[in-house]
Design a protein around this ligand. Structure first.
Ligand code: ZN
Length: 382
């Protein structure tokens, strides 16, 4: 099996990590497994980047900048006016109010110019072979109200109108119909306003990513994409088939245990709960399982224990089918973060066995080596 690893997602803890300490941990991981790529977090100090770059180079691993495209770090003070807007006219709320989950509107001309220029500058400044683009999506609508669907700003309204789509009609539908109705329309690719809106959302994101990737390729940089697992991607306007041609490779975030954005348990549990409120729990779970094409945990309470390893292979296979020629890497959530992610050895080994029969290029050890107990790397050895 081939491996890529993610390392040093920014957070307050980074202020206490010395460059030598960061390099030492990376050194141990690179010695433990044949890791061919290191995806290094954004906004790191030059000393931290340099220490990790040395380790990657010595191990012959390609160094990528892991970069959140549609968030606001480093943006000028007016950036709040660039935020993606929900159907009630208020900014779409961020997961836990975190800046790294606060989304800008890809149709706002100033925001769009800013995110491309920031990416270009970050790549020119660091020793990176390429960029690994994260946050290439709309906000996730898995909150408990309508506010997370986006964007309905004047720029989006104008852009949609040029494509024959009336966003004010979509706003009215989203504010009056149950969320599960929107979900069904989007997943079934229904004709009618919601289905057209879902396709428009995918086109906007694919177009933004295409522009970013063209810039990176002109700069002779490689492009990896961090995309939601196929069962979840329609929620956030990601069409893997349209995104993959822009990239040299894609990773799908098929997280079996993560209780947070993009994690299968977290995202699907929210939908399951809402659908169960409209009817009976067992029926809601069966309907959702059919809609997503995925085996679900047997009860709502069981979602916190995560998805079966079998789901990992189903999603991997689906991603390979959608991605066409682009190599597909599957993200395995190996981090240990209390209340957010815990995975055990039998699950990891079963997931690896299940995925071996698919056409994937390899595994991305996700989502941050800093939070992966090093002994877990031994679970991946043949
Ligand atoms: Zn907008």
């Amino acid at each position: 099996m081939r491996y890529i690893i993610q390392y040093l997602e920014p957070g307050p803890h980074l202020a206490h990590i010395a460059p030598r300490e960061a390099a030492h941990r990376l050194h141990r991981a690179l010695a433990a497994l044949p890791i061919e790529g290191v995806l290094l977090g954004w906004s790191l100090s030059p000393a931290l980047v340099a220490s990790c770059a040395r380790e990657a180079q010595e191990a012959g691993a390609a160094l990528y900048l892991w970069h959140p495209l549609l968030t606001a770090q480093g943006a000028p003070p007016e950036w709040p006016s660039w935020r993606a807007i929900g159907p009630t006219g208020q900014p779409a709320p961020a997961y836990r109010n975190l800046p790294e989950f606060t989304f800008l509107c890809p149709n706002h001309p100033e925001a769009r110019a800013f995110v491309i220029e920031r990416l270009q500058k970050a790549l020119q400044e660091g020793p990176f072979a390429g960029a690994f683009l994260d946050r290439i999506r709309w906000p996730s609508p898995t909150g408990n109200d309508h506010a997370h669907w986006a964007c309905f700003c004047p720029f989006c309204q104008r852009q949609a109108a040029q494509n024959g789509l009336d966003l004010s009609l979509i706003q009215r539908i989203l504010c009056t119909r149950p969320l599960s109705a929107a979900l069904r329309a989007i997943y079934r690719g229904e004709e009618g306003p919601l289905g057209e809106w879902a396709r428009w959302r995918e086109e906007v994101i694919s177009d933004l990513v295409r522009g970013a990737a063209e810039m990176l390729h002109r700069e002779k940089k490689r492009v990896g994409l961090d995309v939601w697992s196929p069962a979840l991607a329609p929620l956030v306007g990601q069409a893997l088939g349209a995104l993959a041609p822009s990239a040299d490779w894609v990773k799908v975030m098929t997280y079996l245990r993560a209780w947070g954005p993009a994690g299968l348990p977290y995202e699907v549990a929210h939908w399951a709960r809402q659908m169960a409120e409209e009817g009976e729990e067992g029926e809601a779970l069966s309907a959702l399982s059919r809609l997503l094409g995925l085996p679900l945990p047997p009860t709502l309470n069981a979602f916190t224990e995560g998805f079966a390893p079998h789901a990992f292979a189903i999603e991997a296979e689906r991603a390979c089918a959608f991605a066409g020629h682009a190599p597909v890497w599957v993200g395995l959530d190996l981090v240990e973060i209390p209340g957010i992610c815990h995975i055990d050895e039998p699950t990891v080994r079963a997931a690896l066995r299940a995925v071996r029969q698919t056409g994937i290029a390899g595994i991305v050890l996700s989502w941050d080596l800093w939070h992966i107990p090093l002994e877990r790397l031994d679970w991946l050895k043949e």
